[in-house]
Design a protein around this ligand. Structure first.
Ligand code: APR
Length: 229
């Protein structure tokens, strides 16, 4: 059975990573225009670097939760029939053991050179960063896809979503496209669709089934159904 699991900030919430639109979310304390758009970066690169440097450093204080670990176990069972498509820029899926992960919005632990396009792994601060290791120019930015920019690997994601038998969305509000449109794409391609979320999302009505509760409980429960030990 071919499975695509789309994850959002909600899957990392129980690891202590802030979501965006819940109470106390990241977008409460920051203006998206200032920290998550190319224009904001041009206007005030130091503000943007401080925002992502703080989130990158915070990653060292958190770890994967049972939801991430369950998806890694599902990959052990399904192999290439499972693809995790994440909107998250944290590395918790990888630290739980998942290897087949597409970061459509980029990764905090990677930089991107605006001069040569290199995307080196990056764990340090980018404020006052050294020049690009590939081209030597001082043009490094966070490798995070901002509003108005094109997400990564859209063709690969489209092929996986249209070719899957089961599409599962975990912990995403359905507020941002193209990710929010994948449930309709999967359904139109004949897949069964399932949403796991703490509360209804903006796209719950498009799913065949919606299970309400914390990801750390619902994802292991789903994995036990899909791949009985
Ligand atoms: N278990 C399951 N779901 C949860 C949990 C939890 N413990 N905690 C929160 N959620 C759900 C919320 O109900 C909400 O639907 O996670 C979702 C978080 O929504 P957002 O904060 O909007 O995060 P996300 O959907 O990932 O945002 C999508 O928007 O700002 C951009 O690029 C950013 O990737 C992000 C995109």
């Amino acid at each position: 059975m071919r499975v695509v699991v789309l994850t959002g900030a909600g899957i990392s919430a129980e690891s202590g990573v802030r979501t965006f639109r819940d109470a106390g979310g990241l977008w409460e304390g920051h203006d998206v225009e200032d920290v998550a758009t190319p224009e904001g970066f041009t206007r005030d690169p130091e503000l943007v670097h401080r925002f992502y440097d703080a989130r990158r450093r915070a990653l060292t204080l958190v770890g994967p939760n049972p939801a991430h670990r369950a998806l890694a176990a599902l990959e052990e069972a399904l192999g290439e029939e499972l693809l995790v498509v994440t909107q998250n820029v944290d590395d918790l899926h990888e630290r739980a053991g998942s290897r087949r992960v597409v970061h459509m919005h980029g990764e905090l632990r990677r930089a991107r050179c605006e001069a040569c396009g290199a995307r080196p792994a990056w764990d340090a601060d980018l404020l006052d960063a050294p020049p690009c290791p590939a081209c030597g120019r001082a043009r490094l930015r966070p490798d995070v896809v901002w509003f108005g920019e094109v997400p990564y690997e859209l063709d690969r994601i489209h092929a996986a979503v249209t070719g899957c038998d089961l599409f599962v969305a975990v912990g995403t509000s359905g507020a941002v496209y193209p990710a929010a449109g994948y449930v309709a794409l999967a359904a139109s391609s004949g897949a069964r669709t399932l949403e796991l979320n703490l509360e209804p999302s903006e796209v719950s009505r498009y799913f065949d089934e919606v299970r309400t509760g914390p990801a750390a409980r619902l994802v292991p429960q789903l994995v036990a159904e899909l791949a009985p030990a």
